[in-house]
Design a protein around this ligand. Structure first.
Ligand SMILES: NC(=O)c1ccc[n+]([C@@H]2O[C@H](COP(=O)([O-])OP(=O)(O)OC[C@H]3O[C@@H](n4cnc5c(N)ncnc54)[C@H](O)[C@@H]3O)[C@@H](O)[C@H]2O)c1
Length: 241
């Protein structure tokens, strides 16, 4: 990753922050997008990265942030769409605002970022995009209708643009199972709800952000040079059965 120019969204927290830390350790030059100012500044400082505040639901803010990232890094080699939101509940009690928020951040956000970044990625020698979807997109669960739909949409989007951008840019997705981050903590607040959730996974535990970051790094590295358009489960073994 030495000297590779990498843009990460959702870098202020959880999986995005872990991806940033891993890529920084491996010598990448990083630009980070998030809406969370204070947390983003902290991660950026620790990783000597460029922090860019933008709301991924807003086309003009995304275009400006991606342009600034490419200008300041001298181009782009990798784009990693890690930002996301979660809301859970029976679909027939869902609010339209929650549904729209899930689609806007989890699906429209990566579309806007990829669309803005593609002109820079096309100029790179070995360009990659990785979209962070979810194991829920591969094997849906009750109460996750909006989230599953947004993340399954992201997988379809990934497969389509992998074809459109080949062979210049490889595009893949990772599909994490439950990962120890702020996003998941509220979903399983009690010991018993957590135990029940862990039992759904062959490995019997939640994963860590660094386990997802390692998969993302593989999909950005030359070692994965013959891989494009895949949805890689990093889910402790739930989607295969
Ligand atoms: N944690 C899990 O169990 C899990 C499982 C599967 C998939 N994922 C996915 O992994 C990704 C990272 O999740 P996480 O657990 O690290 O969550 P997190 O809440 O810790 O981090 C998400 C980040 O996205 C940013 N973000 C949200 N909306 C934004 C917007 N409109 N504009 C800019 N930034 C915005 C937040 O500020 C935050 O920094 C998400 O796409 C999530 O759906 C997480």
């Amino acid at each position: 990753m030495l000297g590779r120019r990498v843009l990460v969204t959702g870098a202020a927290s959880g999986i995005g922050a872990a991806i940033t830390e891993l890529f920084a350790r491996e010598g990448a030059k990083l630009a980070l997008i998030d809406r969370s100012d204070e947390a983003l500044t902290k991660v950026a400082r620790a990783c000597e990265a460029l922090p860019l505040i933008a709301d991924l639901r807003k086309s003009d803010e995304v275009a400006k942030a991606v342009r600034t990232a490419a200008e300041r890094l001298g181009g782009l080699d990798c784009v990693i769409n890690a930002a996301g939101v979660l809301s859970v509940g029976p679909f027939d009690q869902g609010q339209i605002e929650d549904w729209e928020q899930l689609i806007a951040v989890n699906l429209t956000g990566p579309f806007l970022v990829c669309r803005a970044a593609v002109e820079y990625l096309r100029k790179a020698e070995f360009a990659t995009i990785v979209n962070v979807s979810s194991g829920i997109a591969l094997r849906p669960l009750s109460n996750y209708a909006g989230y599953a739909a947004s993340k399954a949409g992201l997988l379809s989007f990934t497969k389509v643009i992998a074809q459109e951008l080949a062979p210049t840019i490889r595009v893949n997705a990772v599909c994490p199972g439950p990962i120890e981050t702020p996003m998941i903590r509220d979903t399983y607040p009690t010991k018993s709800s957590r135990k029940k959730a862990e039992a759904l996974y062959a490995l019997g535990r939640f994963g860590t952000s660094s386990e997802v970051a390692a998969a993302v790094m593989f999909l950005c590295a030359e070692e994965s040079s013959f891989i494009t358009g895949i949805s890689m489960a990093v889910d402790g073994g739930r989607s295969f059965h």
